[in-house]
Write a protein that binds this ligand. Sequence first.
Ligand code: GLA
Length: 398
Amino acid sequence: MTAKPTDRALLELCARHHDAFVRAYGSGGRVRLFFAPGRVNLMGAHLDYNGGPVMPMAIDRGTVVALRPRKDRALLLRSTTEPGEFRIELDAAPSAALRAWVDYPLGVALELFRESPRAVGLEVLFGGNLPVGAGLSSSASICVATAFALDQAWGLELTPFARVEAALRAERQFVGVHCGIMDPYSIGLARPGHLLWLDCKDASIEHLPIDAAQVRIAVADTGVRRELAEGAFNQRVAEAKRAFEGLRPFAPSATCLRDVSRAVFERHGRELEPVLRRRAHHVVHEVERTFAARAALVVGDLETFGRSMFDTHVSLREQYEVSVPELDLLVDAARAESGVLGARLTGAGFGGCVVILLRAGSEARVAERVSAAFQRRFQRAARIEVFQSDPGPREIVD
Ligand code: GLA
């Protein structure tokens, strides 16, 4: 069977990664290779930590992990894209984060090591083709990839849910990002050709098909990067929590901001301080929009689905205040093109990427015109690529 273009690209990436592994650690012994995707989020922006529904899709860009067992109990961790070589003795592992990229996989390793105290040492090299800090969930990708790879290497036989939960605990407790559940779930439970419908209140999931013959998903990268662990994201989480506390007395049965109805918000929102009112405004409306978008997708009404994405972007700009001029320009330029159904910033915001839903056949023209508009305004290029959906974490065997 001939490999599909995406498979071929992944096999080439893995072959290069294998060579890099041998350069880093030397030859000899069997090297195993694993892949986990990144994700885009089409609807449900900043809803996961507010208990709302989200609609992400895993993409065919992600993290590659190469590993080989050692005879001792040391974990050697390196990356092709990040600096440093880290040696962790499994029996004397650090209990606090090292404040480096390695905290993400290390946090996962420590989670899983607890379940398998006889685990052997490993040489591990991370890499891949997902830009870091671009809103495509590089952090959850490396965490889930690590959980999958260590599960296999240490013979733990974890369920996909257990791997996702280990990735989540590492990011929240070891790294200290107060992230919601969307990213590891969308990566760890992905299905090709489908969006994940994830209700973050009870973590229930459903796979909703997206018509690959009709639509394409493109991602336009502003090149503006943010550090998730540094401040702005955690600040939004804290503001949303305070907004909920302010509205809770008027919605006694609510357990999270998602439960606060639009009627309650309209009656009592003005009692919140302005910044919290704007955060709650976004969440209350985004919950409604996401349910409406789901209903539209299910009946094949992609125009309505796409319009919800545009509305989400406006709300992220005006109410949640997580957009930047580069993202707004890309969304506006996409909106002006025929064939584009919807566009919005994806991920946390503050830079990163715009996800564009467009009709199959229009992608080359749209990419050219949107990137020309970006170039005119910012005098530099915005990378625009079409992504396929991805089947989720797996071992890559050539
Ligand atoms: C980041 C977080 C996610 C989610 C999005 C916003 O990507 O990691 O959990 O909150 O922002 O939707």
